[in-house]
Design a protein around this ligand. Structure first.
Ligand SMILES: Nc1ncnc2c1ncn2[C@@H]1O[C@H](COP(=O)(O)OP(=O)(O)OP(=O)(O)O)[C@@H](O)[C@H]1O
Ligand SMILES: [Mg+2]
Length: 238
């Protein structure tokens, strides 16, 4: 299969610190790839460089055969590269429905605005809170709202930075259901997550970062039994 989204020797430094060093990774439509690793491993920085929030200091990012390394984030979004943030990025003073409408308003097709809004609210299971201010919905619903806003612009790859952090077990289940549904719709899903039970439940493939480097990549069973991964990360978790 033609490669879809991939990086080659991607590197990002902060002063002397190599936050991401020579990371070559690829992502595939309809596949959930988790990126795991200890705090400070470089996971968020990697996503930031892939999505254009940060400039790469070395290496390349390709999407559908095109070098997007130097494109600004909005151009990458319009090509189909979406992401959520570790700290949720929504408009607290607007209702859930109003939040969902914002990215939809920027599309060329406006006629089906209401229909698309309903579709997204129902896909993300947010109908019951659609008229509530975003500030007043649960943390899990805020995470789902941010995902709805990303999906409004119809990404083909979606980077999710810790979508399960700080949510209740019930909300976790709802978010995981949505992640599965994105995979079924053929999106490439890149999941940054510390919740290993969830990672091993949903991920088709796992990449492990440690001190900026990619130290392992494989199916969950391989990663679970990788001695280096156990030493630097999994072994230290409860
Ligand atoms: N804007 C920045 N300026 C300077 N250093 C930074 C910046 N962003 C991140 N870093 C450093 O780069 C390294 C990688 O950080 P990053 O946030 O990518 O890690 P992470 O794997 O996402 O960690 P976590 O699991 O805690 O979210 C860390 O040492 C961090 O302190
Ligand atoms: Mg992070």
């Amino acid at each position: 299969m033609e490669k879809f989204f991939w990086t080659e020797n991607l590197t990002k430094r902060f002063d002397g610190l190599v936050a991401v060093g020579n990371v070559s990774l690829s992502f595939t439509p309809g596949v959930i790839t988790a990126i795991i690793g200890p705090n400070g491993a470089g996971k968020t920085t990697f996503v930031n460089v892939c999505t254009g929030v940060l400039r790469a200091d070395g290496g390349k990012v390709y999407f559908r055969g095109r070098d997007i390394t130097n494109l600004p984030p909005d151009r990458r979004v319009s090509l189909g590269v979406g992401r959520t943030f570790q700290i949720t990025n929504i408009f607290q003073g607007l209702t859930v429905r109003e939040n969902v409408r914002i990215p939809l308003l920027s599309r060329k097709r406006r006629a089906d605005l209401e229909e698309e809004t309903e579709k997204l609210l129902s896909l993300l299971n947010l109908q019951d809170v659609s008229e509530t201010l975003a500030a007043n919905i649960s943390h899990g619903d805020q995470k789902l709202l941010e995902m709805a806003m990303c999906l409004a612009v119809e990404p083909e790859i979606l980077f999710l930075d810790e979508p399960l952090a700080g949510v209740t077990p019930a909300e976790k289940g709802r978010i995981i259901d949505v992640i599965f549904s994105l995979k079924e719709r053929g999106l490439a899903v890149v999941l940054i997550e510390h919740d290993m039970d969830s990672v091993f439940k949903v991920a088709d493939e796992i990449a492990v970062m440690h001190r900026g480097e990619l130290i392992a990549r494989g199916v969950p069973e391989e990663i679970k039994n990788d001695q280096r991964v156990i030493d630097v990360y999994l072994g230290g978790l409860e």
